[in-house]
Write a protein that binds this ligand. Structure first.
Ligand SMILES: *Cc1c(COP(=O)(O)O)cnc(C)c1O
Length: 236
């Protein structure tokens, strides 16, 4: 596997998908999902043009952070987040994609307040109501958005989803369209607010062309850039 070749191919494909959908390729941010990758691989990815690293695990993130592996890139948190680990992320992550409960929202507000900052966040939506996944069910999204709007130290920037595993890129297209409709609805209802909830984080290696077609602004790719991962066994 050649990281810079993979990355160049992905970037070109993102451009093609965007143009095909009548969108400006600049609207789409590539988040490199760096879970299980080494400090060196992360540095290579950034040298090859990756501007945002997405981490799943707090411990991994902190280790890479200590090693300075993210220098030159933003760091986003994209994995399941436990409330007792929120404090470790403050000041280190530009965006938390995976806010999946009101309890977590309140904890982020509290810890961000302590750290003297305002944390950008997305609400994770469990659109297919899969029991194995975190995220707000559809009717819970607007109440969570309203709560976020009231908390002084969080800024709601949009929505994120992890749809069911797709076997080909178009399989999740209906989910992505529903997510886009939901995002438009929430953005409209928020009105004139401190928040600017225009981010829609959806699409992974096997389905990102459909996500771009439906309006994704952030796609999270691991395998397409780094090749297949070794299986993960330890919990976060
Ligand atoms: C691992 C991961 C990705 C990337 O998955 P690939 O299929 O390797 O592209 C995207 N989003 C989240 C939340 C992930 O955990």
């Amino acid at each position: 596997m050649n990281l810079s070749t993979n990355l160049a191919a992905v970037v070109e494909n993102i451009r093609r998908c965007a143009l095909q959908a009548g969108r400006d390729p600049e609207e789409i941010t590539l988040v490199a999902a760096t879970k299980t990758q080494s400090d060196d691989t992360i540095r290579q990815a950034i040298a090859a043009g990756v501007t945002v690293c997405g981490e799943n695990r707090v411990q991994e993130l902190l280790a890479h952070w200590e090693a300075g592996a993210y220098a030159g890139a933003q760091v986003h948190f994209i994995g399941h987040l436990q409330t007792n680990k929120v404090k470790y992320l403050m000041g280190k992550v530009d965006l938390i994609h995976s806010v999946s409960s009101q309890k977590l929202l309140v904890e982020i507000d509290k810890q961000a307040g302590k750290a003297g900052l305002c944390q950008d966040i997305l609400l994770e939506v469990n659109l297919a109501q899969e029991p194995s996944k975190s995220g707000f069910f559809l009717p819970e999204v607007w109440p969570a958005a309203q709560l976020a709007a009231q908390l002084p130290h969080v800024r709601l920037r949009g929505l994120m989803c992890i749809p069911p595993v797709a076997h080909d890129s178009s399989e999740n297209l209906p989910f992505f369209h529903k997510m886009k409709a939901l995002a438009v609805d929430i953005e409209g209802k928020m009105g004139d607010n401190k928040a600017d909830p225009t981010i829609l984080s959806m699409g992974m290696s096997n389905d990102y062309p459909a996500a771009i077609a439906a309006g994704a602004t952030h796609i999270r790719l691991g395998t397409a850039i780094f090749g297949p991962r070794a299986p993960i066994s330890t919990p976060s």
